[in-house]
Design a protein around this ligand. Structure first.
Ligand SMILES: [Cu+2]
Length: 271
């Protein structure tokens, strides 16, 4: 009896903790409420199954407890029950996975009017690049990486000359403007993650991954690396500032292009 009550208390305690817990998501700052919704669906399904299984255990412990003279029935197979369990599990798993497929389709279908930002991860810092006046990012290759050209832009590609290289570890984004995030890594796998955006993706060396989002709330948010990338992983932090168009343009005005940043290096090389 004691064990049955303890099991029931575990269920009640879990449900109460879920609703009263102070550990919930930070308030969302992007359009990806769908991602919260898929997680909530998973919570409901796994929570209901957890409660049902543990309460069933409590019932069995109580109902079939040891009594003098009673004997257990031996039933090695039950086709009907197995079918029900297989179908029920299948439906539950499908209900958890199907919404994710729909959200994934939206997550990688970038709207036509989206701006572009490139985020580059390397041990252990973030760098950012924006297309310049031509609206195109220049080609890159890790072979071009040097102290003067830390992002490895191809110096011969004309599209790269006007690219804006953000100095410092804070990226600015315009409020309510969709933005395509192009993700690149110079060494190992990283993952650019702003919890308020509910959006992240691994950055794989040798390829460019992407997703998009629309920032929906102004503020300064912390960007974290969400993929263990060796000893400095926990210090791999940056920031994202979401601001209205006017402030964003003012910030953009102060940024330097690749050509401007290369000029002093070239002058030095000539001397
Ligand atoms: Cu990292």
């Amino acid at each position: 009896m004691g064990i049955a009550v303890a099991l029931a208390l575990v269920v009640i305690g879990s449900v109460v903790f879920h609703f009263l817990s102070p550990w919930w998501w930070t308030p969302i700052a992007s359009n990806w409420r769908y991602i919260d919704n898929t997680i909530i669906i998973t919570f409901w399904i796994t929570g209901a199954v957890f409660a049902a299984v543990v309460l069933f255990m409590a019932y069995c412990v109580f109902r079939f407890r040891h009594r003098e003279g009673s004997r257990a029935a031996y039933e090695p197979e039950n086709k009907r029950l197995e079918w029900w369990l297989a179908i029920g599990t299948g439906v539950g798993v499908a209900a958890m996975l199907a919404p994710g497929l729909v959200v994934w389709g939206q997550f990688v279908t970038v709207p036509k009017d989206a701006a572009t930002v490139e985020i580059v991860g390397q041990q252990w810092q973030w760098s950012y690049r924006l297309p310049g006046a031509d609206g195109r990012l220049g080609a890159t290759d890790v072979a071009h990486v040097s102290p003067e050209n830390p992002l490895g832009l191809d110096p011969k590609d004309p599209h790269g000359q006007d690219d804006i290289i953000i100095q410092g570890d804070q990226l600015h984004l315009q409020l309510e403007k969709p933005v395509r995030m192009l993700l690149r890594s110079l060494d190992v796998v990283h993952d650019f993650y702003v919890p308020e955006f509910r959006a992240k993706m691994d950055m794989i060396p040798g390829t460019v991954t992407y997703y998009w989002l629309t920032p929906t709330r102004t503020g300064t948010f912390e960007a974290l690396c969400a993929e263990l990338c060796s000893t400095g992983h926990s210090f791999m932090r940056g920031g994202v500032v979401v601001e209205p168009e006017g402030d964003y343009r003012a910030w953009l005005q102060q940024q330097k292009t690749f050509a401007q940043l290369q000029a002093p290096a070239k002058r030095q090389a000539r001397n």
